[in-house]
Design a binder for this molecule. Structure first.
Ligand SMILES: C[S@@+](CC[C@H](N)C(=O)[O-])C[C@H]1O[C@@H](n2cnc3c(N)ncnc32)[C@H](O)[C@@H]1O
Length: 260
């Protein structure tokens, strides 16, 4: 019997990979990776490791979730050391929970290596502290992905003051998101930002307010992957922005984004 190591590949900059993740990659027989993992990270796997793209971009659909689950079980039962490599952290909007449930049900040994989730990476590289004693005492992570054509979120909870709301997969529903937050009591002047491809040399940060952000994101032509950050902490961005995306984060990051 082999094993499956569920590995978080971080938000983009390959140097944000953990040492444990690197060790798992260098011991792997097979690596199954998603579309948001930087190619430079896949390159860090053992030279002899088989690399299987299972990514889930709509237009570039490789395997269904059920097929990925079945493949993980089959490979581990065949004695392979399998790395299941995901963007960010596997347990934050990454379906990692579903995959390890399936492994547990089939008696497959597994380990989990956490990764830097996009909110942490984007906050750091865009200069937006996610909490701050003066502005925000809570952090809420939500998905803006539509379910059954609606955004089924707890708007009252999201519209509370003195917290930061980070929305994954929220670009398509940004206008609705801002509208709902304002309708539930947040002022239109609440600072908000969209960060595209955070932590990579292509990072773009667009800041505005709940009233203006959706129009700005449209006029700037922002494209996924993006994170939306809403809260007073966003106003610190102008003061704390340190990362110059035009400059290489690291040679590995540049290599990763060029081949993406
Ligand atoms: C399926 S979720 C996976 C999240 C991942 N497990 C994590 O912990 O970051 C994919 C979404 O994460 C966000 N995301 C991931 N990487 C990003 C990046 N470098 N910059 C901005 N958003 C990112 C985007 O909202 C993207 O649509």
């Amino acid at each position: 019997m082999g094993e499956v190591v569920l590995v978080g590949g971080g938000p983009g900059d390959p140097e944000l990979l953990t040492v444990k993740a690197l060790k798992a990659l260098q011991a792997a027989d097979v690596v199954l990776y998603d579309n948001l993992v930087a190619p430079a990270i896949v390159d860090m796997a053992r030279a002899q490791a088989e690399r299987i793209y299972v990514g889930k971009r709509c237009a570039n659909h490789a395997l269904t979730q059920a097929e990925i689950n079945a493949l993980l079980v089959r490979l581990a039962q065949g004695g392979k050391r399998v790395v299941r490599l995901k963007g960010g952290d596997p347990f934050v909007f990454g379906r990692g929970g579903e995959e390890v449930e399936h492994l547990a049900e089939h008696g497959i040994p597994f380990r989990i290596v956490p990764g830097v989730t996009a909110a942490a990476g984007v906050g750091a590289y865009a200069g937006i502290p996610l909490t701050h004693r003066d502005y925000s005492q809570a952090l809420v992570l939500v998905t803006g992905h539509r379910k059954d054509e609606t955004l089924d979120l707890d708007w009252e909870a999201l519209a509370r003051p003195r917290q930061t709301v980070v929305v994954y997969m929220g670009l398509q529903t940004l206008a609705l998101l801002c509208e709902k937050l304002m309708a539930h009591g947040l002022p239109g002047s609440t600072p908000a930002a969209v960060v595209e491809r955070g932590t990579t040399p292509e990072q773009r940060v667009v800041t505005g307010t709940l009233a203006t952000l959706s129009g700005l994101a449209r006029s700037e032509g922002l494209r996924p992957p993006t994170l939306v950050v809403v809260g007073e902490v966003v106003k610190l961005q102008a003061k704390l922005a340190w990362f110059e995306p035009g400059e290489a984060v690291s040679s590995e990051a540049r290599k990763g984004s060029q081949s993406a």
